[in-house]
Ligand binder design. Sequence first.
Ligand code: PMP
Length: 306
Amino acid sequence: MPIEKVEKIWMNGSFVSWDDAKIHVLSHVVHYGTSWFEGIRCYNTKKGPAVFRLDAHLRRLYDSAKIYRAEIPYSIEQLSKAVIETIKINNLNECYIRPVAFRGYGEIGVNPLGCPVDVAIAVWRWGAYLGAEALEKGIDVCTSSWHRPTPGTFPTMAKAGGNYLNSQLIKMEALANGYAEGIALDANGTVSEGSGENIFVIRDSVLYTTPFASAILPGVTRSSILTLAKKLQYQVIETQIPRELLYIADEVFFTGTAAEITPVRSIDKIVVGQGKAGKITKELQKEFFDVVHNGNDPYQWLTFIG
Ligand code: PMP
């Protein structure tokens, strides 16, 4: 996905021009993957531009840093304001937002504690991650030969830069084999999630999704779907999912800030349900898009850009 350059990036409390948002090659993050980040979207809703679930995303950013004993030197309120200001200063009304905190230049060596925690916020124009067509027709995916981290290795509840080496292996293998995405299994061989999406499986009108302990990132879109599914009075069960349930499901979809609600039409060349977005997937998409496109927000998920 190409990055479309804009004017300014927020860096450690002030705006710098896009081309000046640089770091030293001996920054800790470059060598040891020491970063925590978020992917957030600002939608141009019918009621005006609004950021989707800004508080939940920033909370996860602070949680991610805390797991790694890092303190972000700004309050959530300050970063929340900085996100809005970064969108405004770049005159965008629809964009992807990437806040990142990282261990910067200080000392070299595994111990990160002597390195500062630097923070940046970048925004740029961005469309649907897996393509607009994917939202209707669904995508072909595979199970990955790469597994998610086993317990006691990498904390998957943290959205840490280093974790994405695992995601990259999953994604590259899927693409190399002609699939749009890969589904990784966890240490037990049960389903975990996609390289950058959580997963929902539907059978007999019951929704199943994998729990935190299945080595997933606690997705903000996942939690939104849990709310919307309950509103539509569907039963949702957070439980371990055996791989074979994927093959006999009526519907399967991915959730994520980038993927939104993307139906899966085949897994390992086995067709899922009717091989296109199913009934419940469509109902959930409708509810979700009513918030982010129409700006109808009974859940207080939107922060409107004043
Ligand atoms: N899992 C992983 C590994 C991810 O990178 C993402 C994207 N942030 C998700 C799940 C979905 O999370 P969210 O809905 O918060 O974007």
